[in-house]
Design a protein around this ligand. Structure first.
Ligand code: FE2
Length: 198
């Protein structure tokens, strides 16, 4: 896992990066005054919880979510993925955010929806980018790209810091089927079925 210093440096960098392309995010984060020391403590607790689950065959498909802070304009927490666990394609309408790899590594695929495709229940997604992120790396999600993505853990457990600005209402989040695409090359298109559920 990241040291306190590495975490502080990368977290600051990720926040500045997101704020630079979306200035409205900066004022929310300034107001929240997130202390790196507190975030680090929370992440270490999450890491302990994830470690305690390691090697437990009874762990189901659910990832481990721990909320650190929740306000009208901001949700901060951690996502723990056990070995090879993933999060299917979903969106966060109207939200922007950051995922920072605290331990392990994760593959993230980002998509954009083709507004002209399908109807209410079908839509076509285009793969924008597919990348593997190692410890200390961060991923930036912006509202303007629709914020549609899927996550896939690697052979080791993975813990991510998740900062979500302008949170959506849970009943607005959508899941897309098939939950994952076998190939994820940029430009690849995939027809999906929309499922509205929390
Ligand atoms: Fe997400």
């Amino acid at each position: 896992m990241l040291s306190h210093l590495q975490f502080t440096t990368q977290c600051q960098r990720a926040i500045e990066d997101l704020s630079s392309i979306q200035p409205s995010v900066a004022s929310v984060l300034d107001k929240a005054d997130l202390s790196h020391a507190r975030l680090y403590e929370e992440l270490v607790s999450s890491q302990r919880q994830l470690d305690a689950r390691a090697g437990n065959d009874a762990v189901g498909p659910e990832w481990l979510w721990r909320e650190f802070e929740s306000a009208d304009e901001l949700i901060v927490g951690s996502i723990g993925l056990s070995s090879r666990q993933g999060i299917p394609i979903h969106d966060h309408p109207g939200s922007s955010g950051i995922l920072l790899v605290f331990s392990g590594s994760v593959e993230v695929t980002q998509y954009q929806a083709d507004p002209g495709s399908g109807g209410q229940r079908m839509t076509e997604l285009e793969v924008l980018r597919h990348q593997r992120y190692e410890i200390g790396d961060y991923v930036r999600f912006t509202e303007s790209e629709g914020n549609i993505h899927s996550l896939q853990g690697s052979h080791r457990d993975c813990l991510l810091l998740d900062i979500l600005v302008f949170p959506y209402r849970l009943n607005e989040r959508r899941w897309y089927l098939p939950a994952n695409t076998p190939e994820r090359r940029a430009g690849q298109r995939v027809k999906t079925l929309l499922m509205k559920k929390p």
